[in-house]
Write a new protein. Structure first.
Length: 570
């Protein structure tokens, strides 16, 4: 059946998008790296290798060397022992030839980010019958919003797809693209161009890696972090950044109030990493100031063992983001998969994950209209840095402190509620958010794209790509005259004897990969042109020898450049 066919997909691979950076850099002692998009990319690739319905993994890479991490991963991945699979590599330098045709090696090229416009222009120029897909991560940077505007202005097609991880992301993409399309229509007239489809597919989780702890595991991990049996461990996981991720004040307030109201021993644990020691210090000072009644611990979330262990030691997962840099909330899925009840902000993708009153609680958030007016313009104009822009925005977001405290208090005081919500959260993950489910959604999308692109009829364009037409169009006014297909040329008298010298000298044999450099073929062509011949006729001779159409004309131009062929017309 058509629905059961394997998706014909090429993954654009770059190690930066599919691996976690655990190294420390910058100021001595300050953790760095481990960005959310890298964690998500690594998990996606692992899920695709494990659950993807394919026999050969096709990858597009910038260079052969950049494919080495992928080759190593495929060799070492557990699925390689169970499934006979091949890895097929295409370098970017080969892409125009390999994919710019009716039968490319894959019908869909998938990016770990919004689709690269160069590939859309390549398709427009070559008529290649392939579709593009990509995924959103952070959408608040200048480069990401520019990529969204490119969805309107670049030659994307309705069978291309931008995968959005939440409803909030879909809304954001629609807002930016609609605003830019309206601007273009107002300035130039016309109607909105076709846009790529927006497909909502969440991120996934490995339920074997993130799972409820056994009682023995729980005791071991709680002992490792110094958590007593009588203490309620409230866990926060992620980068420590009060301006770019989640301001800790609502967490401090909720933990403080929960401990004060219940009389329970509440331990608030931040498993994170700070980009700068000053941020780490700010968090610790804030804990001393705002969380007197609860105990606050900071553990190194870059350490993979710590990141695994904290989930098994915790009683509640707390995540209250207030930042526009957020889009989904992978840690929420990890928390639910680990069997923990969640208290999260009603913010971006979190509301797609937490079922209010069933798997946890959502804490309302508010913004005031007019409080960020001009912020994006200051960022675009360079008056604000990106960090300052994020900080300016997050300072206008309120996480309802009373609701956060009430939600956490309910969970701190009621072990039965924690258990029921944890079980419900784990069940929700198993139904919707495992990588097995997510990869099936990806492959269903790619199969639809493949069917649509096969039904597509490209419109050839003589001036493609429109952003930079070929030099004979862009620089048409430069030469004194242009020779056409019907222009006559003939061989200069001493051309054949001097051919070897031109082919030997680096000065004159420049860039010979763009034309014919075979001596025998060139010699025959010069002999054929002993009488005046049209450029069309000589080019056809070269094409009959296996030279590509454009290379054939470039060969004639090279012979004329060094006087071996001369124009027969005045």
């Amino acid at each position: 059946m058509a629905e059961e066919m394997q998706a014909s997909v090429a993954i654009f691979f770059d190690a930066d998008a599919y691996s976690e950076a655990h190294g420390r850099s910058g100021v001595k002692g300050g953790p760095a790296g481990l960005m959310g998009r890298q964690v998500a990319g690594k998990e996606f690739l692992d899920g695709y290798l494990e659950h993807g319905d394919w026999k050969a993994l096709t990858a597009v890479v910038r260079s052969r060397e950049r494919a080495e991490p992928l080759a190593q991963l495929c060799k070492e991945h557990p699925s390689s022992r169970e499934k006979l699979r091949r890895l097929i590599i295409h370098q970017e330098s080969e892409f125009l030839t390999a994919f710019g045709c009716d039968e490319p090696p894959a019908r869909v090229v998938h990016f770990p980010c919004p689709m690269d416009t160069r590939y859309a222009w390549a398709r427009q120029a070559t008529g290649g019958r392939f579709a593009l897909s990509g995924i959103t991560h952070t959408l608040s940077t200048i480069s990401s919003t520019k990529a969204l505007c490119d969805l309107v202005a670049a030659p994307f097609e309705p069978f291309d797809a931008l995968i959005c991880t939440s409803r909030a992301v879909v809304s954001m993409v629609q807002s930016v693209t609609a605003s830019y399309a309206d601007f273009l229509a107002d300035r130039f007239g016309g109607t909105r161009p076709p846009l790529p489809r927006l497909e909502m597919i969440p991120l996934g989780v490995n339920p074997d890696r993130f799972r409820p702890a056994t009682e023995a595991e729980r005791q071991v991990e709680r002992a490792r972090f110094g958590i007593g049996d009588e203490e309620i461990m409230v866990l926060c996981v992620g980068r420590l950044s009060h301006h770019a991720k989640a301001h800790p004040y609502p967490a401090f307030y909720a933990a403080e109030e929960a401990a004060r109201r219940t009389g329970k021993k509440v331990v608030l644990v931040f498993a994170g990493w700070a980009a700068h020691p000053a941020i780490d210090t700010a968090f610790r000072e804030g804990a001393k100031q705002f969380a007197h009644a609860s105990r606050v611990l900071f553990v190194d979330g870059i350490d993979p063992n710590v990141r695994t262990g904290v989930w098994r030691a915790a009683d509640v997962f707390l995540s209250l983001p207030d930042n526009i840099q957020e889009t989904f909330g992978l840690v929420v899925v990890e928390g639910m998969s680990s069997g923990l009840p969640v208290v999260g902000s009603d913010w971006d993708g979190y509301r797609d994950l937490v079922v209010e009153g069933e798997t946890g609680f959502l804490v309302s958030t508010t913004m005031i209209q007019g409080a960020t007016q001009g912020a994006t313009m200051r960022l675009l104009f360079g008056q604000s840095s990106y960090d300052r822009f994020l900080g300016e925005c997050c300072q206008t977001v309120t996480v309802d402190l009373k609701s956060a405290a009430e939600a956490l208090t309910k969970l701190v005081v009621d072990a039965g509620l924690r258990r029921r919500m944890g079980i419900a959260g784990r069940s929700r993950v198993m139904e919707r958010f495992t990588w097995a489910h997510v990869i099936r959604s990806y492959e269903a999308l790619w199969r639809e794209q493949e069917r649509e692109v096969l039904a597509w009829k490209p419109k050839p364009s003589a001036t493609a790509p429109a952003t930079y037409p070929a030099p004979e169009t862009s620089f048409a006014g430069y030469p004194t005259k242009w020779l056409t297909e019907e222009s006559l040329v003939c061989t200069n008298a001493d051309a054949v004897p001097s051919l070897d010298a031109y082919l030997y000298l680096p000065l004159t044999n420049l860039l010979n990969d763009r034309r014919c450099a075979d001596r025998a073929t060139l010699s025959r062509l010069l002999q054929h042109a002993s009488e005046p011949r049209t450029i069309r006729a000589l080019a056809q001779e070269l094409e009959n020898s296996g030279i590509e159409r454009t290379a054939a004309r470039a060969t004639i131009a090279w012979l004329m450049k060094y006087g071996m062929l001369i124009s027969s017309q005045n």
